[in-house]
Design a protein around this ligand. Structure first.
Ligand code: GLN
Length: 380
């Protein structure tokens, strides 16, 4: 293994899912739903296979899906993207992010991350030979401090990666935080890459605001999203990028040599999914929020300090009140102790975490979450 990839080893998701499988624990670690997505979308994939959409799709994705993505951005956010020149379909958001970093960063360039940051960003930055510069989110609720962001910018800064709704914390960045990012990006003439895969999964009155819609941001934002979370089909790996033609061309140049193309029948199905009426999106969102509302009180009752879960598949809790100081050790012992698996958030930090934070998935059936809640009460 090359030096720059040493230390990445096996992902925490693979480790904790294997541990959950081996112990029979309820897997609240890796974020994947235990119910498949809308029947309309599942049936559209079956139909696409029967209809013979099984060979290489076009390199940028099938026109119907590129049009559906552009229409989705217009209908939900009032943005206009040309489906022929400003939209690219990828193998999930993960490929979109890696291809973007590889396309835009020279070795030695710096990429700013909001820390904790999803594990694959660190690996993609390393793969490009670039340097990750973490900006730690602050306070009990883990908010962005604009001064820390500003201080992180250097002459080598190439990109800022912004993930909201945010994995692992479950926070949805608010207008003030996003405006601060837009201000820094425009003042310092920087590109921003957004990971918006949880865009439709926000709770209560927390709305997702896409950064590309802020003043001065359209031309400097590479907006990434995907279908897996919205439609509960995380194994399909259909993602997309919206950006101005020059940036889309750069990302496409790299993407074509990573997977070439991907998921032809699933592209047809997601084109259908993106066209579902808003009530169907609302149903998916409401079901997930109901899951959060089962797990959050259970974690609080078990004595954990629960951080606000405003969106995503996740809720984050501080386990120090249980006398735990090491989240990784806690998560490795949790399946034995009470039959539940979770993810230690320290894997999303470059160095040691200030607090032992643990991430629990809420994207499970209500009966499964109720059983997990019951088991977690044993921690008390
Ligand atoms: N995005 C999912 C999570 O955060 C799955 C990640 C993975 O398996 N690599 O749990």
């Amino acid at each position: 293994l090359v030096d720059r990839m040493r230390g990445f080893g096996t992902t925490i998701f693979a480790e904790m899912t294997a541990l959950a499988d081996a112990t029979g624990a309820i897997n609240l670690g890796q974020g994947f739903p235990d119910t498949d997505g809308p029947p309309e979308v599942l049936e559209a994939a079956q139909r696409a296979i029967t209809d013979g959409h099984n060979q290489y799709p076009p390199g940028r994705g099938i026109p119907a899906l590129r049009r559906a993505v552009a229409e989705h951005q217009r209908a939900w956010y009032g943005q206009n993207w040309d489906p022929d020149t400003e939209v690219l379909i990828t193998a999930g958001a993960n490929e979109a992010m890696t291809a973007t970093i590889l396309a835009l960063c020279e070795p030695g360039d710096e990429v700013i991350l909001l820390e904790p940051a999803f594990d694959s960003y660190w690996a993609s930055i390393a793969l490009a030979g670039a340097r990750a510069v973490p900006v730690p989110l602050q306070g009990h609720d883990l908010r962005l401090d604009p001064d820390l962001l500003r201080a992180a910018v250097s002459p080598r800064t190439r990109l800022i990666i912004v993930n909201s709704p945010h994995n692992p914390t479950g926070r949805v960045l608010d207008r003030t935080e996003l405006q601060a990012i837009a201000d820094v990006a425009t003042e310092r003439d920087l590109l921003v890459v957004t990971d918006e895969v949880y865009e439709h999964l926000t709770f209560d009155d927390h709305a997702h605001l896409p950064l590309a819609g802020f003043d001065g941001m359209r031309d400097r934002t590479i907006s990434i999203s995907s279908a897996g979370k919205t439609f509960s089909v995380t194994g399909w790996k259909i993602g997309w990028v919206c950006a101005v033609p020059e940036l889309i061309n750069a990302v496409t140049t790299v993407k074509q040599f990573m997977t070439y193309v991907n998921g032809a029948p699933f592209q047809h199905a997601i084109a259908a999914g993106l066209g579902l009426p808003p009530e169907r999106f609302e149903q998916i969102r409401a079901d997930l929020q109901a899951g959060r509302d089962v797990l959050v009180p259970a974690l609080a009752e078990a004595g954990l300090d629960v951080l606000p879960s405003q969106g995503t598949y996740f809720v984050t809790a501080d386990v120090s009140a249980l006398g735990e100081s090491d989240g990784l050790a806690f998560c490795r012992s949790l399946p034995e102790r009470c039959g539940v698996a979770a993810i230690p958030s320290q894997v999303f930090y470059a160095e040691q975490t200030p607090r032992p934070l643990v991430r629990f998935a809420v994207c499970k059936r209500p009966d499964v979450l109720a059983e997990a809640a019951d088991r977690l009460s044993a921690l008390h």
